[in-house]
Design a protein around this ligand. Structure first.
Ligand code: FES
Ligand code: FES
Length: 209
């Protein structure tokens, strides 16, 4: 499996944004209830002098905040910035649920320190919306039933977006290889390939972002 590297080594069907995000969120919440979220369990620091001021650009918005050097980007996104579309799964670089784009490249936020991401352009699933509407990859996933519980879906869509930015016309093999760092325990892989293919076709026809 081609795992993504941490940053240093190297998203009109009648589906509404609220409905899509709501369905994904409900499944995610159910799964999250049974998932150990180690990043969220990181204790608060006690010595303010250990904090470092950084500036992170997330979905085009600049955030200035204090972080502890050991905090992951995943922890900072979810627990300090309240950007919770990015999901915590394995938290050790195996599942891809935490995928974000860093300068257009898919990365595991659980293996990236927040400090490392300073000065980059970070894009999460929220940043792939088209205004108040779903982005084209998000629509494609909904139209092709490319999720069941939905927990892996934000990471899958972010990975698909990264793939399409690098390769606008991927073959089925290239999609499977490019998405191989994102696991889906519900087994929706063929539907995901269908969705990514549809999104790619739409972009080439000028219908996507
Ligand atoms: S939570 Fe980051 S790879 Fe699984
Ligand atoms: S839709 Fe359930 S893990 Fe992928």
């Amino acid at each position: 499996m081609a795992k993504k590297k941490p940053i240093k080594d190297a998203a009109e069907s009648g589906v509404t944004r609220r409905g899509f995000l709501g369905s994904v969120g409900a499944g995610a919440a159910a799964v999250a209830a049974g998932v150990s979220t180690r990043a969220e369990a990181i204790p608060e620091i006690t010595d303010p002098e250990e904090m470092v001021q950084i500036a992170l650009t997330v979905n085009g918005r600049l955030h200035r905040l204090l972080v502890e050097p050991r905090w992951t980007l995943l922890f900072v996104l979810r627990e300090r910035l309240g950007i919770t579309g990015t999901k915590a799964g394995c938290e050790r670089g195996e599942c891809g649920s935490c995928s974000v784009l860093i300068d257009d490249l898919p990365r595991y936020a659980c293996l990236t320190l927040a400090l490392e991401a300073e000065g980059t352009e970070i894009t999460t699933i929220e940043g792939l919306l088209d205004g108040e509407e779903l982005g084209d990859v998000q629509r494609a996933f909904a139209e092709h039933d490319a999720f069941q519980c939905g927990y892996c879906t934000p990471g899958q869509i972010v990975a698909a977006e990264g793939l399409l930015r690098a390769n606008p016309a991927p073959t089925d093999h290239e999609i499977r290889h490019g998405m191989s760092g994102n696991l889906c325990r519900c087994g929706t892989y063929q539907h995901i390939v269908n969705a990514v293919t549809h999104a790619a076709d739409g972009r080439r026809k000028g219908g996507g972002s």
